[in-house]
Design a protein around this ligand. Structure first.
Ligand SMILES: [Zn+2]
Length: 163
């Protein structure tokens, strides 16, 4: 018999063959969560539904003036919980915004570099003893196989090529 794991309570339950696309078990809390998720997705994807819901909410608030003010005054713990949740959402959003600014993953930037022997005594000697190389940042796996061998040999043979 087919089973499914309820994402809300984590229980593995036999699937009900009469329910198509069943996701949650039949516990009241899990059904509430399923409906909440459905509505959230509907609000995000269906502009007509969203406008209609907002219209209903507005009408309800107008018929029940002061309800939320009273609720907040009599449920300070809910107000505090919401405040903390909102702060977490704000922080998460700021973190994502920060990541979007194209800060380099590595501190070594791609570009043209000089390969300088470690024991080079004077910088003035550079002209004769150095090679110019171009650094391309690329994961080792992305290198063509012949380059991999070179990369390996280089790292063993020339301890001077440090960046
Ligand atoms: Zn459940």
């Amino acid at each position: 018999m087919a089973t499914l794991r309820c994402p809300n309570c984590g229980r593995v339950i036999p699937a009900n063959p009469r329910i198509r696309n069943q996701t949650h078990c039949d516990l009241e809390a899990c059904q509430k969560e399923r409906k909440r998720l459905w509505q959230r997705r509907k609000m995000a994807t269906d502009p007509d539904y969203k406008a209609n819901q907002q219209e209903c909410s507005k009408a309800w608030r107008e018929q029940n003036p002061g309800y939320w003010k009273e609720y907040r005054e009599s449920h300070p713990e809910a107000v505090e919980r919401n405040r903390l949740r909102q702060r977490e959402r704000n922080m998460a959003r700021r973190k994502i915004a920060k990541m979007d600014t194209s800060s380099p993953v590595s501190e070594v930037m791609p570009g043209t570099y000089y390969l300088v022997p470690e024991n080079l005594p004077v910088i003035a000697n550079m002209d004769t003893s150095i090679r110019k190389i171009t650094l391309v940042l690329m994961p080792y796996e992305a290198l063509p196989s012949h380059a991999r061998v070179i990369a390996k040999e280089d790292s063993i043979a020339s301890p001077t090529s440090r960046f």
